[in-house]
Design a protein around this ligand. Sequence first.
Ligand SMILES: C[S@@+](CC[C@H](N)C(=O)[O-])C[C@H]1O[C@@H](n2cnc3c(N)ncnc32)[C@H](O)[C@@H]1O
Ligand code: SF4
Length: 375
Amino acid sequence: MPKNPFRIVAQVPGFADHLKRKPRLVSSVLKQRALKRWRARRGLQTLAGFEYAVTYACQATCEHCSASSLHDPDKERDRLRPSDLRRLARQAYALGAYEVNLTGGEPTLLKNLEDLVASLSPERTFVGVNTNGMLLDQTRVQSLWESGVDLLKLSLDSDDPDEHDSNRGLPGCYEHVLEVLNMVRDMNGIRGHVCSVGTSEAIRSGAAKRLVDLAESKDATIGFTLPAAVGRWGGRYELMLPPEDLEELRQICRHPRAFFQGSVGLQAFQCPAGRDEVYISPYGDVLPCPFVQRSFGSIRDESLGRIYARMGVATELAGNESLCLAGESIRWMKEHVPSSAQRLEGMPTCATEHGDTFCRDEVKPDACGAALGQA
Ligand SMILES: C[S@@+](CC[C@H](N)C(=O)[O-])C[C@H]1O[C@@H](n2cnc3c(N)ncnc32)[C@H](O)[C@@H]1O
Ligand code: SF4
């Protein structure tokens, strides 16, 4: 049974502050609803949001990282420019989008992330940033908020600090994320959200439930992604949830603060890939979502509208009522998403950007500040 969007909105902490700060957001949402009715009559789907991976650079080395197989060193010099991004945003808004999620790699590595947010017309758009949280302090959180960010989506892989830190390769990361959640809880107009992967282990050990309690104690919400057999988990189909664990996760997500993660929070309980949302790589490729790693075209070659229309009639996406195409069906994944395990052979651990170049050296966690010129 889908959650009622209005009930979700009513219990979102500090939602009134978002509306005060962004009154045009209400009209963006209402326009999307009207456009959706109009387009549905013509057999067309309507966007609600898009994810944009601002970079594939990252200082962490997560064992499960889906982004590692999307990083293409040959395309690094040809990433989208600010003008491309502004054009992309205009096209996405014309298709109905009122929500943007900035992801990566690690978006906070970009020193100009705030400029990028500002170029997305944040006054009419709900802006989220997916982050490992390691580079956030009070000053940066404040400047992200000032640029127009509404939601910080902080990843926690476990409620056990050692497990989280060792999976991320970032000592102290767990405690740091908790500090950032405290900071955000005490600010108006920006809120915290925990992102976690709903693995069988987390569900069976009770860690998933404990993370829900933790999020609630920080006045935050929590979203679970299903384990996707892509990236560093490429081909690891055995990690996908068996039906009983999926059912247990559904139960856990009945908690008012807990959701299945799509970037579009209000569309919980139906797979948003290629319908409510699309995912854009730093190179301009348009994917249904970060886990359905197939490009339907590039915004360098054609409009987002044409590519999105193609997704709308793609038989492998259309008509599927599942929760998460990439997380639910091993057969679907095997048929439609090529295993990326081989593509990882010889792939460097992505580290960080230095101007136009891309560092291929492995960055040791305790040296990442130095690599970023912040030591
Ligand atoms: C790719 S990360 C990028 C943003 C940021 N670096 C972070 O870790 O939050 C976005 C989210 O996807 C999750 N994720 C990564 N690989 C995944 C996979 N194979 N299956 C499910 N979720 C995954 C991460 O844990 C994180 O919450
Ligand atoms: S923090 Fe982890 S999941 Fe996020 S981009 Fe970096 S390696 Fe991938």
